[in-house]
Design a protein around this ligand. Structure first.
Ligand SMILES: [Zn+2]
Length: 376
């Protein structure tokens, strides 16, 4: 993802930082160094407060990271793959590639995050009081922020951890996952609206922090809505595989031909949008798409090799033909062509537009069959 700085890997999970985090870290440093520390531990020099503020901001990021790592590790133990953890302005996200398979796994995956934050917060209270002074004040702030983090995340609306806990409980209770999703999506939107309202009241009565509260509410509302529709799409595309929605490529062709010869021999008879090209050893290594061929001026088509306008398959994103089509929503990037592989053999391509068309077809078919549309 662009705008993200990769920090490294923990237990196979990529940890990355969005640039927006730096702005938040700066804000935290300012407010801790400029107000909280001088009030909690008076009598130090300004530079010491700044150092304390920076330490507090870094420790906060580390706390959020530990919370997200908890989600990621428990998810992996429960068969849910986590590709990366991203830290950004509104906290952290452990990006899961699928949903939990049972209410129990969902409960464990969601519950571990707030549990870690709460334990961390409570565990810091005693050392903070023993150490005292400036360092003690930093520890005390860290204790309270971790407890706040735990409590905020336990608010029962999607996509917060509390929303997932509620989802797991409703799912287990009624045995109906879709119904549970509908409820937690509504709850999430309600929580978001509530925070927007609270933020506005806060702002009007003179608290500049109200803007931040409202922004978080606005973000939560959007995320709850997105999660609701994403989970609907997953259900609608149940049983549909990548191979069912991809563009199938014809037999591969040697890459030594000129563009003119390639158009005559393959494009005009086949009329496909993409072709795989083989080198000397007949293994497909490149892909050429119609726009690249059409971009070669007609007076240069005899002297331009098709190889020179093709893209290497190793440069393009890849998915497997047997994967569920709903996984593509997190894997395809807009505007980019993704190569579909059947094991080690490229068999076709897929893009976001095709996936949208497939979804449309599924919806129309279920309409024709007179099925009720899935609840959002
Ligand atoms: Zn969490």
């Amino acid at each position: 993802m662009k705008n993200n700085i990769k920090l490294g890997r923990v237990a196979g999970v990529i940890v990355e930082l969005n640039w927006t985090v730096l702005a938040i870290a700066a804000l935290v440093t300012l407010s801790v160094a400029g107000g909280i520390l001088p009030a909690a531990a008076p009598g130090y020099q300004a530079t010491q407060y700044v150092v304390g503020g920076v330490a507090a901001a870094l420790a906060l990021l580390a706390s959020i990271l530990v919370h997200e790592l908890g989600h990621a590790l428990v998810a992996q133990r429960n068969g849910v793959k986590v590709e990366r953890i991203s830290l950004w302005a509104f906290g952290g996200v452990a990006q899961m590639e699928s949903e939990a398979e049972t209410p129990r796994s969902e409960f464990l995956i969601a519950g571990i995050g707030p549990a870690i934050s709460l334990i961390l917060g409570l565990a810091l209270i005693y050392p903070a009081s023993v150490v005292g002074g400036l360092f003690g004040a930093v520890l005390g702030w860290l204790a309270s922020i971790n407890i706040i983090l735990a409590v905020f995340n336990l608010i029962p609306g999607a996509p917060l951890d509390g929303g997932r806990l509620l989802h797991a409980w409703l799912w287990k209770r009624h045995g109906d996952r879709a119904r549970a999703t509908a409820t937690t999506t509504k709850a999430g939107r309600l929580v978001g609206t509530g925070l927007i309202g609270l933020g506005i009241v806060q702002f009007v009565t003179g608290g500049a922090g109200g803007l931040w509260t409202a922004l978080i509410g606005w973000f939560l509302r959007g995320a709850a809505t997105a999660e609701g529709s994403y989970s609907t799409i997953r259900r609608e595309l149940q049983g549909v595989r990548v191979r069912d929605v991809m563009t199938t490529a014809g037999p591969p062709e040697g890459d030594w031909m000129s563009v003119a010869a390639f158009i005559d021999r393959r494009v005009i008879p086949d009329q496909r949008p993409v072709y795989f090209l083989t080198g000397i050893d007949e293994t497909p290594t490149r892909l050429v798409a119609l726009p690249a061929l059409a971009a070669v001026p007609s007076n240069e088509r005899n002297t331009t090799s098709v190889r020179s306008v093709a893209q290497g398959l190793d440069e393009l994103p890849a998915v497997q033909a047997n994967e569920p089509a709903s996984d593509l929503f997190t894997k395809l990037s807009p505007g980019a062509l993704t190569v579909v592989w059947d094991g080690s053999r490229p068999v076709g391509t897929i893009n976001v537009a095709q996936l949208g068309t497939a979804l449309e077809q599924v919806r129309l078919l279920s309409n024709l069959r007179g099925e009720a549309p899935a609840a959002a």
